[in-house]
Design a protein. Sequence first.
Length: 367
Amino acid sequence: MKRTALRNCAAAVLFFLLTAALLAAANFLLVDDVHSYSRVMLQELYDQEGQIDTLFLGSSHCYRSVDPAAVDAALGTHSFNAGSSQQLPDGSYYMLREAAAHNDLKTVYLEMFYTGYNQSASADVPLACYLLTDFMAWDSPVRYEYLWEMGGMAGLADLLLPARHGVVSLGSMPALWKAKLTDGYAPGNYAYVTYPDAGEAYRGNGFVYTEGVAQDGYTTLLNVDPGAPLSDFGWTYLIRIAEFCREQGIRLVLFTAPLPSAYLSNTRDYQAYVDALQAFAAQYGTVYWDFSLYRAPKAMDLGGGDFSDAHHLNGIGAEKFTKVLCEVIALDAAGEDTERLFCPTVEEKLTEYADNTIFMADGYYDE
């Protein structure tokens, strides 16, 4: 009886070890985690444990718009940009918790590009979750909570076998294997996250510098529903972020990186989104800065040459914006009224302070 039990136990252990070895081999051979902005970002986040006091969160409109090096030079902070591609509100919430578990955060700046806050569920964009959880620490409770809330058992299965949601092309495998065996994961090595042909380069602490200008106009991704400017999913996680910050004594500031005036004009009922966030900020005793409505365009000096596409800043635009963002942060810290810096309405912005893209807005020449 004892011998049978020992054999069964040994067989179970052997099966577990073989399965783990096969999964590790599959991940090594098939999964490209070398060429990943979020992998490098999280590696740096963990390397700076205990140092970060200022955190930026949000989607690509965050990590392509705010340069932490420029922020720190201007404000004397130790900031970090924890944005990620398509980061949804739940992703921002879990990244906030992960960063707060390792740092004494003082201020969190949450970028509020409106499409993510109008998604209906995290599972609608599972890759947004995997881009973070694939590279979170293996012993982080946040990692498993996020995966479970996003996809349940299916999400956890994808954690064991990332090849389920991304396999490298056959021709790229030899170079990938070489990178993994040499300098692919070396701290500070950005060679594998620099793409000259695509005009993109990772610049450290989460910031990605993008080259190029918009080529295809300023068509909107989504019009705002004035009756529901944020989805239930968006509201749920925005509230959870605000409540977490309140409990932890972290100041939360909401902001939206600047959009071209033509894009703003082409997005129906954007005013409803602005009004909803202004009301939310007032409820939680904070501020909402929508830099699409910034009142002094010459101060930021943005135009068509500062956007890489219809709604993302390029690197030149990001450096201009970061400078102005720091000025607004400094005024806010000094107790100044920052509300006066922003137009209260989209109409005023487009009528009085539009940038030079406004000439490409739909119907502009029909008016």
